[in-house]
Ligand binder design. Structure first.
Ligand SMILES: [Zn+2]
Length: 466
């Protein structure tokens, strides 16, 4: 690390989660007596206390501000715990749509995680509502200053309300991507390159050096496989997170069914206790979505689907004949998607279609190896004959999109987070070789992939805090 002749200050970066893993995102930045926390998630492969970031390793009372990038559980679900059950006393910010959806999602999270009679519940409904009141909502592109820390939210794509944060402390500039996407989809704005160049970029590395198929090809493959399955009398299970990417898949399927009358006798279900409540949020925040869907909205609300029925629970589902079912949770850990998997997996006519990113240690990840049997939640072994397909609609950047974004942002220091160790390692090598010619020059790039709880120290020439 180059040392400047003028006095420097040390910036400390520590992952409390999502360091060489996907899950429990939480990052701490300390510089000039200011402390920023980024995200407060849980790990989807664990439950209760074990799913938390390593909060014990840091004095949360030091945190000035906590910024939440988006509403997914691995970025936001431990927030009520932080706010109500620790010595944290900072201010919490998220975008308006994130806050609106967060409320319903977390209450669903509390309900689902207490359903199994789990004693190790992280927080109660009452603690959740109490925390909700003190969360502050911010608009995109509008700077907020708290105690000498300035930050601005930019569009991140990924899900409704998804934000990247551009942060400035004492002249040092940092961009945190959260989860982001750069590919145009049906309803979201793609991630923006902020107008200013940051010194540090903290970016996701979910897909490492893998590449996605073009969107058109993916959609064709999705609709072809679904058509083939229902035509032979099979059922299609699509595990999805309660909301977010599910809306994009619903838009694709609703449009496809409208164009194919011969398929319209096959029902498509979206089973979610949140569907109704969240529809209202999607309608309210249509102005934060992309121009295509805003134009469609002027004719009719595209989120009022013509060929998809919402189901509040599986009790109301008559399982007769072929059907398509979008059910949560997305990684088949428990709940409706798991119940349907256990019921449908012995029949070879059926299809499991995984469209999200599956975290190590979850059923969705394990079933990708096409085991000959699976163990039900009640401990019974059932044969697995249903077909298994994976096609990413997860709205994370692939290698080329991530590399080009990193290049456009042009930060001196790139810190990789939110990726399994192997994927992250491959991305790091690819970036190092891309920038190898700059090694030893003034423009040298530094690529970091710190483990959880290891602190990365970076030297900066700082300006005086006003
Ligand atoms: Zn996400």
């Amino acid at each position: 690390i180059p040392v400047n002749s003028s006095p420097t200050d040390t910036l400390h970066f520590t992952n409390l989660g999502a360091g060489n893993e996907v899950g429990r995102s939480c990052h701490i930045i300390q510089f000039k007596d200011k402390t920023i926390m980024l995200d407060a998630g849980v790990h989807p492969a664990y439950s209760g206390q074990a799913s938390l970031p390593y909060y014990d390793e840091f004095d949360l009372s030091e945190v000035d501000i906590l910024l939440i990038s988006h509403f997914h559980l691995d970025h936001a679900a431990s927030l009520p715990h932080v706010m109500q059950k620790t010595n944290f006393k900072g201010r919490v910010f998220m975008t308006h749509p994130t806050k609106a959806i967060y409320k319903w999602l977390m209450s669903d999270f509390v309900r689902v995680s207490s359903a199994g009679g789990e004693v190790d519940q992280l927080y109660s409904e009452a603690e959740l509502s109490k925390s909700f009141e003190s969360i502050e909502a911010v608009d995109y592109h509008s700077a907020t200053v708290v105690n000498g820390i300035k930050f601005t939210a930019y569009h991140a794509g990924h899900v409704l309300g998804g934000a990247m944060y551009f942060i400035e402390i004492a002249g040092v500039k940092i961009l945190f991507t959260g989860d982001y996407s750069r590919e145009e989809d049906r309803h979201l704005n793609v991630a923006e390159v902020p107008p200013e160049r940051p010194d540090i970029l903290i970016t996701e590395s979910t897909y490492g050096t893998a590449s996605h198929q073009p969107r058109i090809e993916k959609e064709t493959r999705l609709t072809n496989l679904i058509t083939k399955t229902v035509q032979r009398g099979g059922r299609v299970l699509m595990p999805v997170f309660a909301l977010g990417r599910a809306q994009e898949l619903l838009l694709i399927l609703d449009e496809y069914w409208a164009r194919h009358p011969e398929l319209q006798h096959v029902p498509i279900y979206y089973i979610s206790s949140l569907a109704k409540k969240c529809m209202a949020v999607y309608q309210t925040y249509i102005h934060t979505m992309n121009p295509a869907i805003r134009a469609a909205f002027s004719k009719r609300n595209p989120f009022i689907f013509q060929h998809i029925s919402s189901l509040r629970s599986l009790d109301r589902f008559d399982d007769i004949g072929p059907s398509i079912m979008l059910a949560s949770p997305g990684m088949l850990q428990n709940g409706n998607s798991r119940a349907l998997l256990e019921k449908w997996c012995p029949d070879e006519k059926n299809l499991l279609f995984v469209t999200g990113y599956s975290v190590d240690g979850t059923m969705a990840k394990n079933i990708m190896n096409e085991p000959s049997e699976i163990t039900t939640l009640s401990g019974v072994k059932v044969p697995r004959r249903m077909a298994v397909e994976e096609l990413s609609f997860a709205a994370h950047v692939d290698f080329v999109q991530n590399r080009d974004f990193i290049d456009a942002v042009d930060a001196r220091h790139v810190i990789l987070v939110h990726g399994e160790q192997t994927n992250m390692g491959k991305l790091k090598s690819a970036l190092l070789s891309k920038y190898s010619a700059l090694k030893g020059t003034d423009d040298e790039k530094f690529i970091w992939n710190p483990k959880n709880c290891d602190t990365l120290d970076l030297e900066f020439k700082s300006t005086k805090i006003a």
